[in-house]
Each structure stands twice: as structure tokens, then as C-alpha cells.
Design a protein around this ligand. Structure first.
Ligand SMILES: C[S@@+](CC[C@H](N)C(=O)[O-])C[C@H]1O[C@@H](n2cnc3c(N)ncnc32)[C@H](O)[C@@H]1O
Length: 204
């Protein structure tokens, strides 16, 4: 990353800490927790995603911006939507996008179910991210309509979700999805890896 991107992460970190002291924004309180669990784990999504310039991505249930805002700072060429239904969180995301001077990223305040029926969004995304929004089958069912035919859904999941993938495959197949997983080692020893569940249309 460039020094400018490092600077952007520093401002994002200070905005997160400032807003989190006034509202329920994220459970990550310390600088170390935000960097390790927020920034670095979000960046682990890169293992399942090619950030080419024309890529259209959406982060469903972005909360404080994990992983969507982190990915946008790291890969500025991607076109990113941060979807967040809670008003205060959406206000934080919009304010932070402005404060960081980012272009090609917008926050939409809505539930994913509302977007799925909208032709502007339905079948429009190359990459759909979701972290800590629900179980793998529930999230897959909710967000699958947003995917382009060759799009990819990238879920940050716990080890349990990754381990239960074999038993979930028949259910995911009924949604027309095939599942794979990635394990991304943490940069420091003693921190568990990041587990990604990657879903694609089975007929692609
Ligand atoms: C536990 S938080 C996780 C936030 C962030 N992804 C993270 O990992 O820190 C779950 C977020 O999903 C949002 N959410 C819940 N249901 C949703 C839905 N149906 N559509 C879009 N977002 C939803 C909530 O408002 C909340 O901010």
C-alpha cells in the first residue's frame, strides 16, 4: 500500500474510535482489535477476490465498514456499495466516506431484501461480501439474487461454518450454488486464521 493509503487507514481508525465512543458501532474497542479483527481480517477477503478496476462489489450488512470500506481503501479501483439498514451506522459510513475523500463508494441505507427486487441491483454484482450477518444458508438465500451469473459471494465465517460446509452443500445446491472455502493465515502467530466461504452459481 502507498503512504497515502496508510494515512487513509489512520484517519478511518480515528473516526471509528471517535464514533464508537458515542454509539454502538462495533464491538471492537481497542486500536489493536480494530486493526487485527477489523482491518486485517477484512483484507483476507483478497484470497477469494480479484480487485480488477471494473469490478462491482457490495458489502451486505457493512456495519462499521467491514469488510467493504477496508477493501475499498486497499483497492481503490473497485466500485463498492456499503449496504447497511441501521440509520446511525449508515450515517457513520457516509460521513467517513466523505472524510476519507473516497470516490466510487456509496452507502445505501436499506435491508438486502429491499435491493433484491430492484432491477438496478438485482443480478448486478461481481462480488458480494457479508461478514457476521447470519448463517451461511440464510445469507446465501438472502443475497444470491444480487449476483451476476458469474458473480461470487464471499462470506467471512468462523471455523465452525467452514467445517460444516460438507453437510450444507446439498442445501446450497437447492439455491443453485456451489460452495468452496479458503483459510487465510493471520500475519502474526497466535491469532486464528480467517475462514472464507465462497459461493458461486453451480451452472456457471
Ligand atoms: C454483526 S453486524 C456485522 C457488521 C460488519 N459486517 C462486521 O463484520 O463488523 C451485522 C450487520 O448486518 C446488518 N444487517 C442485518 N440484517 C440485514 C439485512 N437483512 N440486510 C442488510 N444488512 C443487515 C446489521 O444492521 C448489522 O450492522
Amino acid at each position: 500500500m502507498t503512504p497515502a493509503q496508510h494515512g487513509t487507514f489512520e484517519v478511518y481508525l480515528s473516526e471509528l474510535r471517535r464514533w464508537a465512543s458515542q454509539m454502538n458501532l462495533t464491538g471492537l474497542r481497542t486500536e489493536q482489535a480494530i486493526i487485527r479483527e477489523g482491518f486485517l481480517r477484512s483484507l483476507a477477503c483478497r484470497a477469494a477476490f480479484e480487485p480488477t478496476p471494473s469490478v462491482k462489489a457490495i458489502d451486505v450488512g457493512s456495519g462499521a465498514g467491514f469488510p467493504g470500506l477496508v477493501l475499498k481503501i486497499a483497492y481503490p479501483d473497485i466500485d463498492m456499495v456499503l449496504l447497511e439498514p441501521r440509520r446511525k451506522r449508515a450515517t457513520f459510513l457516509r460521513s467517513t466516506i466523505r472524510r476519507l475523500g473516497l470516490i466510487g463508494v456509496q452507502c445505501i441505507q436499506a435491508r438486502v431484501e429491499e435491493l433484491c427486487g430492484n432491477p438496478e441491483h438485482r443480478g448486478s454484482y461481481d462480488a458480494v461480501f457479508a461478514r457476521a450477518v447470519g448463517s451461511v444458508p440464510d445469507v446465501a438465500r438472502m443475497v444470491e439474487p444480487l449476483l451476476k451469473p458469474d458473480g461470487r459471494l464471499i462470506l467471512q465465517a468462523g471455523q465452525g461454518a467452514r467445517d460444516s460446509l460438507p453437510s450444507l452443500r446439498p442445501l446450497l445446491a437447492t439455491l443453485g450454488l456451489r460452495a468452496d472455502s479458503r483459510e487465510v493465515p493471520a500475519p502474526d502467530t497466535g491469532t486464528p486464521p480467517t475462514y472464507l466461504v465462497v459461493l458461486e452459481r453451480a451452472d456457471h
